[in-house]
Design a protein around this ligand. Sequence first.
Ligand code: DGJ
Length: 657
Amino acid sequence: MVPFESPTGMSREEYAPWGGMRFNEPSLKVEYADGTRAIEWVFEEHGLERSRASQMLWLRFRDRGYPLTVTLYYRIHDGHDVIERWVRLENSGGSGPVTIEQALSADWRPPRRERYRLTYLYGRWGKETQVAQVVLGPGKVVLESRRGATSHQCNPWIALDPEGSATEESGEVWSAALVWSGSWKIVMETTPYGEVHCAGGVNDFDFHYRLDERTQLELPAFVGLYSNKGFGGVSRSWHVYEREQVLPEAPDAVRPVLYNSWEATGFTVNERNQMELAEKAAELGVELFVVDDGWFGARNNDRTGLGDWTVNSEKFPRGLNPLIARVNALGMRFGLWVEPEMVNADSDLYRAHPEWVYHFRDRSRTEGRNQLVLNLAREDVREWVLVTLDILLSEQNIEFIKWDMNRSFGEPGWPDEIGRNPERVWLEHVRNLYGIIDELRRRHPQVAFEACCGGGGRVDLGILARAEQVWTSDNTDALDRLRIQEGFSYAYAPRVMMCWVTDCPNFVTKRTVPLSYRFHVAMAGALGIGGDLSRWTPLEREEARGFIATYKRVRSTIQNGLLYRLRSPRAGGVAAAQYVARDGNEVVVFAWGQSQQFGETEVLLPLCDLEQEAHYADTMSGATYSGAYLAQKGLAMNLVGDFDSRMIHLVRTASAR
Ligand code: DGJ
């Protein structure tokens, strides 16, 4: 053994506490009250607990000289190739507080192979969940958010396949995702000895957590999953796991067709224009009508009013209830936008409580979208947010909340707490956010939640445990959306992916595409409408009514079926996706053609997961195909010109099963 290494530092440790000759990314680093900074732990005990459909193993270790115990948890669920791992730290007292400097949730170690390829999701505002792939070489790849929220720039989800050998439908893939909506870090490290490990959890950047005597700290889970059916297999496993183990709704629930007036009326919402839009939305078959930003305080633009959650009496002189009553009478549920973690400097709330925002003494209070972040770690702020929203939900028949968050943290200070661990905000903000939503759900079980963060900046398994759906991106351009939605589908189920049909030219890209193409793209997830219906022609409204009716017939297959990405939009040409109902009886195929190349009108799409001997009928054309034909020869699509698209709905008619 060379003196530069030790057996411990070179071993495949399940969860490495920093101390001794360890130089790789540790999972745990602490400082004891007497200045000692190394952990020397010994195994104490273990337990195995079985509940109805899951099993949990826990392993407890303790520092041999200090009262710190570390419990590693592993939970599996019947029917899922998933392991949930997390950690609990406890200071049992006697030696003062323990400062936690880094406490990751788990360290995954895929089997030893020559090299791994990493797949991950990156982006920015308006361009979330883009797929990236890199071959891991010696050293580290660090994916992270330091923004206080999950972020647009990187999503806490990764996949590793050995030697880049996996394809869409074959090969081994190990994948992992964090159950956390705050700053996070995932480190993929290839050690000098060729071992790859993947450690992840709450970001240790600027983080210190003082664990007082006789207190505990539980870290969020880092979930691992395996499939030998390629990236498609991994995605389907994540989708099933999310539906059956994560989401707050029943596995087979379907999301309603939604209308959101943001792109139509912006901040100029009022009772009259929302009533008009509601009438038009109801005629199309919309089931949930959502009023977005602008209904409260002096919120006439994004510079004022945020934080003042009382109904604007000029826009809604009779309050929201007459509008809600009309929406309900039209057969729709009513939803409302809020952004409770934020405040404009020009607001009554900020004038009354300037100390409530994150800030450092004698430093600027940097604004993003003209707003500041409320310090949700403070007990008074947490209580105020909970009470304010509780009143809102109690006084109005609101059945849906779109919870937005339109800036990252800056100057995350808490001057009143100096000397008392203000750095805990990185953890406490998110825990209190979760606590508030959980409590609101308990008090108002009829309310569903949509998580939004300037589009898809807060998409992760932590928020999905308490939000039925997420806003995928502010970019509603159908062509751009194909890539955003494809990346999203690597990790997250179609049911939670909110997609709107909006107006053209699109407000972000200025692109114009046919209404049918916009519908076909938005129908690939949870369908919503976001256009200005007062400007839609009778013909467009008729077309929309047809698409919505069709969507309702097939949505359980799309939202809850098994997704096969037949052709990637990244490859150019025709992109396509197939959804198979869980019982195999229905199949939905979308093909989206961007631009026809001369002489290439017909595209053949071999389908997946069909019963070879069964027959499948196209519900629109009446044509019937055998499963073998569709799998081997493929479904023929004729896409002509630019932005042509199709949705085919097949029903199994005769089965050999
Ligand atoms: C950002 C969201 O992503 C939009 O959908 C909209 O709700 C605006 N905020 C409102 O300010």
